[in-house]
Design a protein around this ligand. Structure first.
Ligand code: NDP
Length: 445
């Protein structure tokens, strides 16, 4: 593989798509050896075919706000690769959404979905619409207008979207209602649905729970556990909530949460009623981080700062891409962190990743750590197809089993001669091999 040539060609074709190019480079760097050992990949041009999405749908979303003003947003669906199953990946509603971000997320999703052991291809979509500060009626009108276009390219056996930043249960409900009306079918076309209409138990907390199960497996390799460990978490959305809940349940103390404007340090631990309190604030569309420090006076709000300056054993970035840079990584190492699990997608910059790998600490990349979310979406699809719903314990047990199996795959392909497990390499190689071999089996498409 001529990595530099591939990257130069891609940069020429997709100038300025920084996040997408960053994600491609990271994967290609780690699969280079296995790619070169298998000349059949090169002759079938697997890489050239894998780095380009199968298709991209972009569309205009027109809706009317509560004051009667017409609003126009941009909508997208990036269908990246369906070698091992229907396209699958979340929808993100956030003002920062652009094609580069969705292509990076869709590309990552291919390997993540492959790791889950379930038959799902990779995709991503979304809009630059910002649900923050909008009324329920505005969110509903936007979701309906968005689905008016999206429904043409999705279906329970072709492409199954889910939530992501800015798309939770409320948005999935509005999107599903409109799809059902247009397609005249009641199928599992979206995951993350409400429990009364086809959703799966555990799905809302699955990404965070899965991440903690993965961290547990990593710690076991060092004869350690979460018990008594101090954990720093960033963000406080769907994913952070699940991670904080499960980490606390397994005996760790979560001491931080954050928002774009700063972080909270709570030396007493963020658990139980404090998590419930934040969920209430979130449900009522309010700012979470500052009110928390007023409600719990021992907690301190650090304006404009990130939580990575706090002394902790485990760091779990749960907010967004590139939220932890080289300086943060060096500070964490200096303060004794020994396990970093990426719960958000690509939260560490390439330079930060290098610091963690060079330090040989336990470092879990997002496509392995947060795969529990999409895995449980896959379990929701199975339940929908069978027209039944599994009890909570059964879904949780399957999730736990999947996370253990992802950990085993990472160890299998990531363990070096010195015994150190490079989970980045392990996850990329394991995810890649399955997809690449499926592409070979299915011919040139
Ligand atoms: P949410 O929108 O529910 O939460 C995101 C959280 O991060 C919010 O608390 C948000 O604060 C905060 N945040 C946003 N930007 C920043 C920033 N620059 N600095 C600090 N905090 C910030 O999204 P999710 O929890 O669903 O997703 C979080 C991450 O996890 C994303 O990378 C997503 O792709 C990934 N992920 C999500 C999955 C899921 O099942 N939902 C599955 C797999 C991965 P505020 O609300 O104030 O903006």
């Amino acid at each position: 593989m001529n990595l530099e040539k591939i990257m130069t060609d891609l940069e020429k074709k997709h100038p300025g798509e920084a996040e997408y190019l960053q994600a491609v480079r990271e994967v290609l760097e780690s699969i280079q050896d296995v790619y070169n050992e298998n000349p059949q990949f090169e002759s079938a041009h697997i890489i050239e075919r894998l780095v380009e999405p199968d298709r991209i749908l972009t569309f205009k979303v027109c809706w009317t706000d509560d004051n009667g003003n017409v609003q126009v947003n941009q909508g997208y669906r990036v269908q990246f690769n369906n070698a091992i199953g229907p396209y699958k990946g979340g929808l993100r509603f956030h003002p920062s959404v652009n094609l580069s971000i969705l292509k990076f997320l869709g590309f990552e999703q291919i390997f993540k979905n492959s790791l889950t052991t379930l038959p799902m291809g990779g995709a991503k979509g979304g809009s630059d619409f910002d649900p923050k500060g909008k009324s329920n009626a505005e969110v509903m009108r936007f979701c309906q207008a968005f689905m008016l276009e999206l429904w043409k390219v999705i279906g329970p056996e072709t492409d199954v979207p889910a939530g992501d930043i800015g798309v939770g249960g409320r948005e999935i409900g509005f999107l599903y209602g409109m799809y059902k009306k247009l397609a005249r079918e009641n199928t599992g076309v979206l995951t993350g649905k409400g429990l009364n209409w086809g959703g799966s138990l555990i799905r809302p907390e699955a990404t965070g729970f899965g991440a903690v199960y993965f961290a547990e497996e990593m710690l076991k390799t060092k004869n350690q556990s979460l018990k008594g460990k101090t954990v720093a978490i960033s963000g406080f959305g769907n994913v952070a909530w699940g991670a904080a809940t499960k980490a606390t349940e397994l005996g760790a103390k979560v001491v931080t949460i954050s928002g774009p404007d700063g972080y909270i340090y709570d030396p007493d631990g963020i658990s139980g009623e404090k998590i419930d309190y934040m969920l209430e604030l979130r449900a009522s569309n309010q700012d979470i981080v500052k009110p928390y420090s007023y409600e719990y006076p021992n907690a301190k709000f650090h304006q404009g700062k990130r939580p990575w300056e706090v002394k902790c054993d485990i760091a779990m970035p749960c907010a967004t891409q590139n939220e932890l840079d080289k300086k943060d990584a060096e500070l964490l190492i200096k303060n004794g962190v020994f396990c970093v699990t990426e719960v958000a997608n690509m939260p560490c910059t390439p330079e930060a990743m290098e610091v963690f790998l060079d330090s040989k600490i336990l470092y879990g990349p997002s496509k392995a750590v947060n795969a529990g979310g999409v895995a449980t979406s896959g379990l929701e699809m199975s339940q929908n197809a069978m027209k039944l719903s599994w009890p909570k314990e059964e879904v949780d047990q399957r999730l736990h089993h999947i996370m253990k199996s992802i950990h085993e795959s990472c160890e299998k392909y990531g363990k070096g001669k010195d015994g150190y497990v490079n989970y980045v390499k392990g996850a990329n190689v394991a995810g890649f091999l399955k997809v690449a071999n499926a592409m070979l089996d299915q011919g040139i498409l």
